[in-house]
Write a protein that binds this ligand. Structure first.
Ligand SMILES: C[S@@+](CC[C@H](N)C(=O)[O-])C[C@H]1O[C@@H](n2cnc3c(N)ncnc32)[C@H](O)[C@@H]1O
Length: 303
């Protein structure tokens, strides 16, 4: 659900910082974020789709880095040597620092707004992010900042941005899952979920409805980057069947007490998602227009 059209840019930034601060502790569990082999494969797969391969970079900036899903996996895989992680939510960055310490990885963090980056001009070889652009009130301003901090010749990508059509299509499996959720819970013997249990409590969970400001057509997304002064802008789509399957399962699971969801169900949901991701990648993504997929990936460079 998007933020109300009447929300001011400052209100959107404020609610993003507050919601993500509250959600930080349960964020990795809620989204199944992994820093082992599975997480690395997922992240590198998206880097490869964005950049047409997996090059290595010196200094990188991740915008809206959250708990570190992309940067920590990329550091561990040797894709980036020196990573700076920026986010508007200090709580997310605390969770990121704890993850980095546990994994024995060095990373710098900076609590700041994507539209006003406290970094020198031309100071990064790669600027990137995952699932962040749709939270930013003034995307043209943010894209101009991304270009400013990127060195000439530097690369940029953003993955996991919701497409307008994909977002509408995903509403169907979500709604269907919610309708059958009571039956499903009875079948697996699960109690209903405590309200907002994976989002830092009920009050924090209610803020989630106000953090999203955009979904994009591929042309709109590319337009923001071009107006920001970036070159060689390309957009592609990913995940259709995997996404419907994933949203339906996530919608079901969100209604149940997590301790009651059987291991066998989790394995089925996870393996099914990976299988359909392969079907999407091999059969659908090369053939269908980008805008039909749920996620958009955009890449560019600074000339
Ligand atoms: C959906 S989460 C994605 C986190 C992480 N990239 C991942 O994939 O797990 C979006 C992140 O963007 C951050 N964010 C939202 N608005 C922001 C802004 N104006 N500037 C910087 N970060 C922002 C949030 O705090 C949150 O950590």
């Amino acid at each position: 659900m998007p933020a109300p059209a009447t929300a001011s840019p400052d209100e959107i930034r404020d609610v993003n910082a507050r919601y993500h601060d509250g959600a930080a502790a349960g964020y990795d569990a809620k989204w199944g974020i992994d820093y082992g082999e599975v997480g690395r494969e997922q992240v590198l797969g998206k880097v490869a789709k964005a950049l047409g391969g997996v090059p290595s970079f010196g200094r990188s900036l991740e915008v809206g880095a959250g708990t570190g899903y992309f940067s920590l996996n990329m550091l561990r895989a040797g894709v980036v040597r020196d990573a700076v992680c920026a986010d508007i939510s200090p709580g997310m960055l605390e969770a990121l620092e704890a993850n980095a310490a546990r994994l024995g990885v060095d990373v710098a963090t900076e609590a700041c707004d994507a539209e006003d980056l406290p970094f020198e001009d031309a100071s990064f070889d790669l600027v990137f992010g995952h699932a962040v652009l749709h939270h930013l009130p003034d995307l043209d301003r943010a894209c101009a900042e991304f270009r400013r901090v990127l060195r000439p010749g530097g690369r940029l990508f953003f993955a996991g941005e919701p497409s307008r059509l994909g977002d509408r299509l995903a509403a169907f499996p979500k709604r269907a899952a919610l309708r059958v959720a009571p039956l499903w819970r009875r079948a697996i013997g699960a109690a209903p979920a405590p309200a907002g249990n994976r989002d830092g409590g009920e009050a924090n969970h209610e803020l989630e409805a106000f953090v999203d400001v955009h979904s994009f057509t591929p042309e709109q997304l590319a337009g923001h980057l071009r107006r920001g002064g970036l070159d060689d802008v390309r957009v592609r789509g990913e995940e259709l069947l995997a996404n419907w399957f994933g949203w339906a399962n996530r919608a079901l699971e969100a209604t149940a007490d997590p301790d009651d969801v059987p291991w066998g169900w989790k394995v089925y949901a996870f393996r099914g998602y990976l299988l359909l991701q392969k079907v999407d990648g091999r059969l659908l993504e090369p053939r269908l227009p980008a805008g039909i997929f749920y996620n958009l990936i955009v890449s560019a460079r600074r000339a």
